[in-house]
Design a binder for this molecule. Sequence first.
Ligand SMILES: Cc1ncc(C[n+]2csc(CCOP(=O)(O)OP(=O)(O)O)c2C)c(N)n1
Ligand code: SF4
Length: 283
Amino acid sequence: MTDNISFDNKTKITWCPGCGNFSLIASLKKALSASGLRPEEIVLVGDIGCSSKITDYVEVNTFTGLHGRAVPLAQGIKLANHDLNVIAVGGDGGLYAEGGNHIIHASRRNINMTLIVNNNQIYGLTKGQTSPTSEKDYISSATPDGVIEKPINPILIALASGASFAARGYAGDIMQLTEIFSQAIAHKGFAIIDVLSPCVSFNKVNTLAYYKERVYKVDEDPAFDKTDLGQAIEKARQFGDKIATGIIYQSNEPSYEEQVSVLSKGTLVGQNAGSIDISPLLV
Ligand SMILES: Cc1ncc(C[n+]2csc(CCOP(=O)(O)OP(=O)(O)O)c2C)c(N)n1
Ligand code: SF4
């Protein structure tokens, strides 16, 4: 039995009191405890930023790379050893700005991994500059006259790029977030979860109260079918006075790894692929 593993470690947490990352880590640990996975079967891949500090606080294998590159790192780890359960975590700045292109290709590629984005609608660690999800007219130190560009809708981008699992959660509902993470970890293919999360120190607009006033759960509507892409796109677009949360889309498709013939013989690490001489390819 593995359901009593807490995944806690003793590292001192340095997030500001009230930060949305506390809900995210609590939900992730609960989902991992319920998954039956053991710490050594999991790799948590961080980006750079406040949200990526999560790799220091969960008792699993971890890897942290460059800002915006958590997704390609996670994909590489999964392809090297597809027996591992790989979860990437980062902020909206790194993952939607510097690393925005990776979301498109991970969505269409469908490598079996989970991507959790702590979306506080700003760059938190560097003190509140605007990110691709900052609202139009949002005033920050980087945009004293307000943001000129329109914000992106990451769930719509993932759906348009072919994602087989797309969800939106918010830091005010740990039960819902835990259920979404559990389903995402169990999902076969690329699962993206955009988590609306307050940065209490630098974003005074998109607060927990702001989200609470607007969110509702898609599964409260008995007519909603998460396997219907048309309905999912409608729900993904609902990001304003009403914000749709929950699993917005899920389809059952072959993962990338299942379709790579060499991986049917076992993991690349198991096949000792590291010892293959690739020097002829490099001339
Ligand atoms: C390529 C690159 N650009 C910029 C930075 C500086 N930098 C480090 S953290 C950060 C902000 C992180 O914001 P976000 O990804 O939204 O994460 P959060 O801190 O909000 O969780 C920036 C701009 C960097 N480390 N590397
Ligand atoms: S600066 Fe913002 S995102 Fe970073 S720990 Fe503090 S509240 Fe959280």
